[in-house]
Design a binder for this molecule. Structure first.
Ligand SMILES: NC(=O)c1ccc[n+]([C@@H]2O[C@H](COP(=O)([O-])OP(=O)(O)OC[C@H]3O[C@@H](n4cnc5c(N)ncnc54)[C@H](OP(=O)(O)O)[C@@H]3O)[C@@H](O)[C@H]2O)c1
Length: 280
């Protein structure tokens, strides 16, 4: 990577679950060419893997080298590593830079305390690896119309984009971004219960039954604009078999989901407070 800011380059600080998904998604949808990407990660020995997949990609030795060589920079590190990265790049951030933050617990106003440039907060979801899901987006006042369109178009090709207020990010993230993990945990319980009740079908077969049914239910609801109540009414006829199961779910799950949302939100507040201290 040579010095000087290149307006066509997109930088990635962090190449974990999210950084790698975004790079792959942007390249696969033909929106970004490999040679436009500058990427770094902590474990330099694992940068070799990236070169094997995309030989033209630019590898930077550290975050500073990324900021010096790209205009739009995605920060894809864990919350507790965030301030260190910002402090490291701070002397090299100029007003033309556009920082894209994918860490829900880091408030834009805290990032603005350290760097003065356009800042977009995006909450991606791993289901965008399959070009699905909703990416939540908001911008600070320094992001130009053109820059906001560019970012929303990048995410629009791997997901649906919802522009929402930053104050609603954390709650909405439970559904869109934590959602796949929470949904997987719920339906793993269903499969496990199935395994306890029968010996004809194994884990893979029951998982396939649940997945095909989940996928079909989602597709049907979206195509026919149905809500969950509509599906329940169609399947769980009065006095029928499904109704017995629905009654159990309606009795027990509200408490489980209330507790789940409370615990996740409390954890967010705790992480957010810890991170806010780093910004003082
Ligand atoms: N996972 C999700 O579903 C999801 C969804 C939405 C948002 N997010 C957010 O996305 C962010 C990243 O999450 P993740 O799941 O992708 O985490 P991850 O898999 O742990 O990846 C973090 C990356 O940061 C790199 N890193 C750490 N310190 C660095 C430094 N000083 N310089 C350069 N790179 C550094 C790590 O490098 P090494 O790998 O070399 O150690 C790693 O590649 C988090 O803030 C998370 O809240 C995650």
């Amino acid at each position: 990577v040579r010095g000087g800011v290149n307006l066509n380059k997109i930088g990635f600080i962090g190449y974990g679950s999210m950084g790698s998904m975004l790079i792959r998604g942007f390249i696969e949808t033909g929106q970004v060419r490999q040679e436009q990407i500058v990427v770094t990660r902590k474990d330099k020995s694992r940068l070799v893997e990236i070169k094997e997949t995309w030989p033209e990609i630019c590898i930077a030795q550290d975050a500073v080298e990324v900021i010096k060589n790209a205009e739009c920079i995605f920060i894809c590190v864990k919350p507790l590593e965030y301030t260190n990265i910002l402090k490291e790049i701070k002397p090299f951030v100029y007003p033309h830079h556009h920082i894209v933050s994918i860490t829900g617990t880091v408030a834009i106003k805290n990032i603005e305390k350290i760097v003065d440039c356009g800042i977009t907060k995006v909450m991606p979801t791993i289901v965008s690896e399959a070009k699905e899901g909703i990416s939540l987006v908001c911008h600070n006042s320094k992001v130009t119309e053109e820059a906001s369109r560019r970012i929303e178009s990048l995410f629009g090709n791997i997901s649906k984009v919802w522009r929402i207020d930053e104050k609603d990010f954390e709650f909405a993230s439970e559904f869109t971004s934590c959602g796949p993990g929470l949904i997987a945990a719920v339906f793993k319980e269903l499969v496990d219960a199935g395994l306890r009740h029968n010996d004809s079908f194994n884990n893979d077969q029951l998982t396939e039954m649940v997945l095909q049914t989940l996928y079909g239910t989602a597709k049907l609801m979206l195509e026919k604009k149905m809500d969950f109540r509509d599906v329940i009414l169609r399947v769980a006829t009065k006095g029928g078999i499904t109704e017995e199961g629905v009654k159990v779910i309606e009795k027990s799950l509200p408490q489980v989901f209330n507790e789940m949302i409370d615990k996740c939100m409390n954890k967010r507040i705790a992480v957010g407070e810890k991170i806010s201290d780093d910004f003082k």
